[in-house]
Design a protein around this ligand. Sequence first.
Ligand code: SF4
Length: 383
Amino acid sequence: MWVRVIRPDAVLVWNDPEVRRRLSWYRSVMLNETPAKFMIVRAVRAPSNIRDLGEEELWRIHDELHQEAEELFKQMYGSGVDEERLKPASPSYLDVKIELARKIMRRCRFCEWRCEVDRVSGQRGVCGLGDEAYVASFFHHHGEEAPLIGTEGQGGSGTIFFVSCNFHCVFCQNWDISHPRGGLEGAGVRVDAKRLALIAKNLRLGGAANINYVGGDPTPNTWIIIESLKYLDVNAPILWNSNMYLSMESMKLLLDLVDIWLPDFKYWNNECAVRLSNVRGKLGYREAVTRNHLLAAKHGDMIIRHLVLPNHLECDTKPILKWIAENIGDRVLVNIMEQYRPEYLVLRSPDKYPDVARRPSWGEMQEAYHYAEELGIVFRPVS
Ligand code: SF4
């Protein structure tokens, strides 16, 4: 029998009991043994008048239905994908989320910049997006962490790259889609919710282990991603690959839609976040990102990425690893990444950013790995 396996570690990684335990929900959805959360959320009935309600009342209904959905997640774990039981309700809990996302667009609070601009009327905040979304590319990504590549018969992570970002990292490796010189329109193809769902469906049917929303950053596109799930008619784990500077509102919308979180935890020191990523929103980087990691780890599976920056071991890497170990270390996997290289503005003006104008040294990486080991962090299977 012909079996499509591109990376042997994508199969072997599941022999590790800690990987299986920590990513049990995700794995079960990936193998179609459990329905993805969005399918369950879509089957939960909502009151018929949700389109007439204000934001406050919608949140009240949302929070009630969240409890119902959480119960169903437990009941449906490992139960297979029963189409009759998962028949979409009309309106559904997902429709409540769609209504809320539309209201947030009117006074944008998808991330902690909280620009409060009316994107539907064409106003633009820090991310530069109105009520449009652009996809730069989508493909089966074979370079992600081993559990995200899929096991026998699956082919990579179904990655969808959105144009635009709410951060402005001076070392960005994707600056051509995060902050394209020619404007956002020229960097991708405009999509609506149905087209986005079709892209996701084709990726999954083509063997993708998951649907991986990334960019730039997916956060400014939260509204259209949620809406697209209304039209996605295949089971697929939803993966949120983000800088994690989401607002509390976005977190609440996504907590019971995302099957596996893939957040970047870049900085501990807020001054580093301001200087190197221009994070100057209403809430500090560390306050927002630690809050969101706690929430996501409580509600879902998670692989945290930490990119080791040269000369930032003491101010960022070590305190981040310590915080993870003390707060969520028993539940998550951590990818300690050595891939940093000077790019974008650092490459153009290394004198302005001397601390990050080189790759991390072998010694710095070893120090990070040893420290993580001392703390008992599980990082080897995904680093
Ligand atoms: S997504 Fe964030 S950066 Fe973009 S307009 Fe909304 S609050 Fe501002």
